[in-house]
Design a protein around this ligand. Sequence first.
Ligand code: Z5A
Length: 215
Amino acid sequence: MRAEPLRFVTFEGSEGAGKSTQIHRLEARLLSLGEPVLTVREPGGTPLGERLRRLLKESSPELAISPESELFLFLASRAQVVRQAIQPALAKNSWVLSDRFSDSTLAYQGGGRGFSPDLLRSLNRITCAGLSPSLTFVLDLPLSEAGHRLTRRKAGSGQGDRIEEEPPEFFERVRDTYRDLARLEPERVRLIDASRPEDEVAAGIWEIVSRVFGL
Ligand code: Z5A
């Protein structure tokens, strides 16, 4: 008999691609079926992780976070959420949906900042205690469209953040890395055209989730 896949699903992609929107739609759909669901975000998802998130997002010349410090702060947040939230939930047979996970490090610190993918994979293995998502959605969106969405959102909230200040080339490398991951691991990493209307994207994601997990 084939073992059932861990019910661990992650959402990845550039900022503004619609990850938070889609993770909440999937969560609502699973809850409506009576399924237990834990939704977490990275960085964050634990008291320590949420404090690290504030530091990582703060755009302050005084902090001057180096690429190395940044890498280890993201990993610290992940090590904590894996042990404090994700593993216990999976052990209780709950679904775990994570807004970003280890592939973000490959895309941003690897593609974006230039750290070696082999080094990052080794660090991710230690950080995640060997845990890997069964399914990962990469919401793929051209930079210009993501920019429009973020401008609209920022006009509403007035908030910006440190990594968003990187130049367009940085985000092109991030996007290319995600697309490479989808080519390298097509079973796990599904590239989703996020430029479509929200309902269409949600329907595509649900179709894959229900097929992979036999719902
Ligand atoms: N980072 C890293 O470098 N390394 C790591 O290991 C990890 C993270 C884990 C976290 O930022 C930052 O940390 C992120 C990567 C880095 N850096 N940046 N920059 P975050 O958690 O604050 O933000 P984010 O993850 O980048 O996501 P986001 O900006 O919140 O965007 P989103 O969740 O993908 O999109 P959304 O909030 O669902 O939607 C954005 C807007 O578009 C919103 O107004 C929606 O109503 C609208 N929307 C959504 N879907 C649609 C469709 N289909 N059509 C039209 N409009 C839509």
